[in-house]
Design a protein around this ligand. Sequence first.
Ligand SMILES: [Zn+2]
Length: 257
Amino acid sequence: MKYTGQREISLSEEELRRYNRQIIMPLIGIEGQKRLKDACVFVAGLGGLGSISSMYLVAAGIGSLRIIDRDVVDTTNLNRQVIHWTDDMGKEKSVSALEKLKRLNPYCNIEAITGSIDDLESSAFIADASIIVDATDNLETRRVLNRVSLEKSIPFIYGGVDGFSGMVTTFVPHETPCFDCLFPFDIKKKGAIGVVGPTPGIIASIQVMEAIKLILGIEGTLKGRLLYFSGIDMLFREVKVEKNPECPVCSRYRAGL
Ligand SMILES: [Zn+2]
């Protein structure tokens, strides 16, 4: 976890009031709130998952948020991508999201980019982040994020949704298995998938819970555990994620190459 730890973080009277329901918890307190303000989270994608994760992160008082998406808002997004509204049709998602997030919490420093994550792979936009929150919808981009996570030692919180179901886990570089250990094979794209709005709502909420706990150093995260959610059966199931000793991605970093 990257913290500057060197700069003095202070909270104004207004911020102390705004975050009161977090600060009054012994697990957070003023020190925890300062840690949240010191953190920088990168949210990759502003669709169903990114709508929810960016809003909860900003509302919680994360000091810096970086967001990216390459698309514009389309009518078919509106059943689940709740940060984008009817008036935003045709607007770049990063612009639409930035407008709402600034209004939600002016104390958060938010940077938004319209573009592809592949182009940013080595840029400070990701590399300086304390945490990467996956809100993408494809394996290729997640593999890029996994590589950045390993190279820069940034925890990577994966989330995926399909219909009424979703999955979430937390990858911590050099400690847990990596994304490529879990998904070594490519899956053929089947075109647009159906999704009900609450599915990304639930999965993204868990991702933010993970991010907050990682930042605060609270145990019990999904490190090494894949949590599967079925909204049809209304069940959570857990699968242990094993490190693949043959994994071509994280084994490179394990060997210190
Ligand atoms: Zn791996």
